[in-house]
Design a binder for this molecule. Structure first.
Ligand SMILES: *[C@@H]1O[C@H](CO)[C@@H](O)[C@H](O)[C@H]1NC(C)=O
Ligand SMILES: *[C@@H]1O[C@H](CO)[C@@H](O)[C@H](O)[C@H]1NC(C)=O
Ligand SMILES: *[C@@H]1O[C@H](CO)[C@@H](O)[C@H](O)[C@H]1NC(C)=O
Ligand SMILES: *[C@@H]1O[C@H](CO)[C@@H](O)[C@H](O)[C@H]1NC(C)=O
Ligand SMILES: *[C@@H]1O[C@H](CO)[C@@H](O)[C@H](O)[C@H]1NC(C)=O
Length: 332
């Protein structure tokens, strides 16, 4: 189980004390979003996620699981996968039916929507924890704990009544328990193993700098762009020599469509102070070779290019002029 050690390893980015990025657990979960627009129109969306990576979709028309990666089948047999598919199909149909049946009794007035998040969390000690939470119209409604349905405080008496209705059904509780406590951890272990090539890949970031125009206040916003890196943990800082610049601001890390990540890290400085600053990037794909880009170098490259172009023009124009003159003289 080497791959697990990798996943649960502290991704120790060398050379910095505050750059420890710890990934000590991983969760896999199903997300359900059901919209009830009116008495006759219901939409069920389903998907499955490994951390922040989507692994499965759900085709509600045909009632089939969409496997998004070659490794999305984990190590389950076709038979087991078909059983799961049937289970979800029956669940969606049954839930829709029951919600519509009980809508008036529980004052679920359309339009409303339900969200369910269910799955398991695996820890480095190889222990696992199952969870199932449901929300009504965006606020916590109930959860499944210790093999029974427990209302959320925000759910009020309505959530209590729904739990009272659900709790006597032992069969449903057994299925839910089995899914999140037994099937889920087994599926995740298989998934991590089957997908290790993808999940453990290392993609080096592309880094470039830009800036806002100088503001009236004489301030400049320096922007360090870090793009297309994988995995997600990364450390980026604006530096002056070895000194970290405390005004460094990090935006949210955003996903690219191919599963890699993009990040923007900015620093607000006065225009005179910008020279000599650098953006420093540490990432597991780089080993201990940080990427360091200096502000101002971009400018001098432009300057050099400009100078070269001017020199070329100065050289070429006389040559052309001379040639033209020669040929003119040649003809005459
Ligand atoms: C129900 O909602 C859907 C989607 O908003 C709409 O297309 C449909 O006309 C509605 N039906 C009724 C009976 O209101
Ligand atoms: C749920 O939210 C919708 C708006 O998003 C609102 O129209 C509807 O009345 C809410 N339903 C309940 C039962 O609170
Ligand atoms: C779960 O149930 C067991 C036995 O029924 C009980 O000992 C334990 O305290 C319960 N845990 C929670 C969090 O309710
Ligand atoms: C799949 O892999 C997991 C973890 O390696 C293992 O526990 C399980 O028995 C394997 N087979 C099935 C069918 O789940
Ligand atoms: C940068 O600093 C100046 C002056 O302190 C301030 O006016 C400006 O809003 C700041 N810009 C950003 C993007 O923080």
């Amino acid at each position: 189980m080497l791959f697990l050690q990798f996943l649960f390893l502290d991704v120790l980015l060398p050379g910095s004390n505050n750059a420890h990025v710890v990934e000590e657990h991983i969760s896999w979960y199903l997300i359900q979003i059901s919209s009830y627009a009116n008495q006759s129109w219901v939409q069920n969306l389903g998907s499955a996620w490994l951390g922040e990576l989507q692994t499965h979709g759900w085709d509600s028309e045909s009632g089939t699981i969409i496997f998004l990666h070659t490794w999305s089948r984990s190590n389950f047999s076709n038979e087991e996968l078909v059983d799961m598919q049937v289970l979800f199909h029956v669940y969606f149909a049954g839930l829709t039916q029951e919600v519509q049946n009980y809508a008036s009794q529980f004052q679920f007035k359309c339009p409303f929507y339900l969200q369910v998040r269910a799955g398991c969390e695996l820890h480095s000690g190889k222990s696992s924890k199952g969870f199932l939470h449901a929300a009504f119209n965006g606020s916590d409604f109930l959860s499944f704990q210790n093999a029974s349905w427990v209302p959320a405080p925000q759910g009020g008496s309505r959530a209590q009544k729904v739990c009272d209705l659900l709790n006597p059904y032992k069969g449903i509780k057994e299925i839910a328990y089995n899914l999140i406590r037994n099937m889920c951890p087994r599926f995740v272990l298989g998934l991590l193993d089957a997908g290790k090539m993808d999940l453990q890949r290392q993609v080096r970031p592309e880094v470039w700098l830009s800036s806002s125009p100088i503001l009236e206040s004489g301030q400049l916003l320096l922007i360090c762009h870090i793009s297309a890196f994988y995995p997600k943990p990364i450390w980026v800082m604006w530096m002056r020599g070895e000194r970290e610049q405390r005004g460094t601001k990090q935006d949210d890390i955003l996903p690219h469509a191919d599963g890699t990540w993009y990040l923007r890290v900015t620093l607000n400085v006065s225009a005179e102070e910008a020279a000599g600053l650098s953006c420093r990037v540490r990432h597991s794909s780089l080993g201990d070779q940080d990427i360091i880009l200096y502000w101002g170098h971009g400018l001098s490259v432009t300057l050099i290019t400009l100078v070269v172009v001017v020199l070329l023009v100065l050289l070429i124009v006389p040559v052309l002029w001379y040639k033209k003159r020669c040929s003119y003289q040649g003809i005459s």
